[in-house]
Design a protein around this ligand. Structure first.
Ligand code: AMP
Ligand code: MG
Length: 501
């Protein structure tokens, strides 16, 4: 375990040509920084001794007030398609890469301070992040990780009472984000659209050498690289769809070259199922609606493919993109079958899944809770309910529907499907409980933690700790935490989350 000042930096990105980045140093806070939350699970990735979080210097280093030895801080350059339109230059406007820490297992983690002040790419904005948005990213990235979904990680939040102007005056915070890489589709785009194919090649070589080493030296490495990004992205988005997660701002600058969830803004977990759920208040056209995510994933990948056309022929590039749809369908089907507790793959599955989703939507049923309760359903009906599914074991499921009779029609077909594969109830329930979370980061839960944390002068961060702990084990029954599995109360339904952060 390392002390803070013993972290081993190995800054490969800083050694790329100057065109890839700009020097940027954190701006110290004028108001004293304080620790909001520390995540020991992420510290482990750096071999960082968790006791270090208790030292006064910890907040100095992770606010950006002090610089760790070995740091070569920089802002990464990128561009991106935002809501379908190309923006020629973005770059880290408020994130500063301190460098890459290599852990004793040989894994390399970018350590980035998000909200540490302006950089040469800030475009006139303040380079800061508000406490509210850092809490959302911090909790959600850890929640997705614990759900088995690829994502950046979060080490800590450090706050400061320095005022930050958004719709109102809020206070500032710095989120320390960890990722194997922060390279985005937009990092390729910026050089492609500037007409610098040699830079595109350097970047591709860098990403392959550092993150796709199995492709190095292969004659077809660029093709295979594109195909690999296509597959990873398809599988990532399949996981989002299966768990009911909407990213909210799937611009190409928010798409990771490693197929990780990155840049948490106005994301949302669905409560009641709605196919065209839009979590981003500013997304009026619904471009990034829940049910658009798979198609947008492909659209974004075609932007990436475009940038690689100096390295690969059009035909293999198109072939790589053509792998997206089948990979998504395969992965999503697999995940949904496992959510439904099916072991076998059958002809009628797709139709049964689709009709379920339509039914959930028509009845305003909570997505997470439905699947969790479905695990308790018995494959045989008992008692004198005349086959209407009115026995005790499915009363709690039926109660979730406005039209319980419609639920019965579907569960009758579902039971038939279970019996067809000789499903064993107890065993199936156990399996389903490992794939259908009991707890997700519902908007109202995050909002509650934010309200407590941002109440004037209270500095009450206990709810953040509670949620972090809860969401570490999303599949476990945690009896004392039962209320955190509840669908939102009236105030917590349809919370509008804006892009401002
Ligand atoms: P986002 O929507 O958070 O992914 O940000 C889009 C772009 O705007 C990125 O290049 C950010 O670095 C930049 N950006 C967002 N907020 C700020 C801010 N407060 N100051 C400077 N740049 C920002
Ligand atoms: Mg972004």
């Amino acid at each position: 375990m390392h002390k803070l000042t013993e972290l081993q930096f190995d800054n490969t990105y800083a050694r790329l040509p100057a065109a890839f980045h700009a020097q940027a140093a954190p701006t110290p806070f004028r108001r004293e920084p304080y620790l909001v939350s520390f995540n020991a699970a992420a510290a482990e990735l750096l071999d960082l001794d968790p006791d270090e979080a208790g030292r006064a210097e910890f907040v100095e280093y992770f606010s950006g007030n002090k610089i760790l030895p070995g740091v070569e801080s920089l802002a990464m350059l990128y561009a991106g398609h935002q809501f379908g339109h190309y923006v020629p230059q973005l770059g880290d406007g408020r994130a500063i890469l301190l460098g890459e820490v290599r852990n004793k297992a040989g894994a390399k983690w970018d350590v980035q301070l998000k909200g540490a002040g302006p950089t040469p790419f800030s475009r006139g904005f303040d380079g800061r992040a508000v406490l509210r948005s850092t809490i959302r990213e911090y909790l959600c990235s850890e929640a997705l990780h614990n759900l088995g979904i690829q994502t950046t990680r979060a080490l800590c939040i450090v706050g400061s009472d320095e005022p930050v102007r958004r719709e109102t005056i809020e206070t500032a915070a710095v989120l320390t984000r960890l990722s194997p890489s922060h390279v985005r589709f937009g990092t390729f785009e910026v050089f492609h659209y500037r007409g610098q194919p040699e830079r595109v090649r350097e970047l591709a070589d860098y990403v392959i050498a550092n993150h796709y080493p199995e492709l190095e030296g292969d004659q077809d490495r660029y093709e295979r690289f594109l195909r690999e990004v296509v597959l990873r992205t398809a599988r990532l988005i399949a996981r989002w769809q299966a768990v009911g997660f909407a990213h909210g701002v799937m611009n190409t600058d928010n798409m990771s070259i490693l197929g990780l969830t990155i840049d948490y803004g106005p994301f949302g977990f669905m409560d009641d199922y709605r196919a065209n759920f839009v979590c981003n208040h500013s997304d009026h056209g619904g471009r990034y609606a829940f049910n658009q995510q798979p198609a947008i994933g492909l659209w974004n990948l075609s932007c990436l493919a475009e940038t690689l056309l100096s390295l690969i022929e059009r035909e293999p590039a198109v072939a790589a993109l053509d792998a997206y749809q089948p990979a998504f369908a395969e992965s999503y089907g697999e995940l949904m079958r496992s959510k439904l507790g099916w072991r076998e793959r059958r002809q009628e599955d797709a139709e049964l899944i689709l009709s379920l989703l339509e039914l959930l939507e028509a009845n305003g049923v909570d997505y997470t809770n439905f699947f969790r309760r479905l695990g308790d359903l018995k494959s045989e009906t008992h008692g004198d309910d005349g086959g209407n599914g009115d026995s005790d074991n499915d009363a709690s499921l039926r109660d979730m529907f406005i039209d319980p009779a419609a639920c019965d029609v579907w569960t009758a077909r579902y039971r038939e499907r279970l019996r067809a594969e000789a499903s064993v109830d107890d065993e199936r329930r156990q399996r389903m409980n490992l794939t259908n979370p009991k707890f997700v980061l519902r908007n109202y839960l995050a909002q509650d933690a934010i309200t407590k944390a941002t109440a004037a002068r209270q500095r009450d961060f206990t709810e953040i700790e509670r949620l972090l702990e809860l969401l570490r084990r999303p599949f476990d029954e945690q009896p004392s935490m039962e209320r955190y599995a509840a669908a939102p109360p009236e105030w917590g339904r349809r919370i509008a989350v804006s892009c401002s952060s």
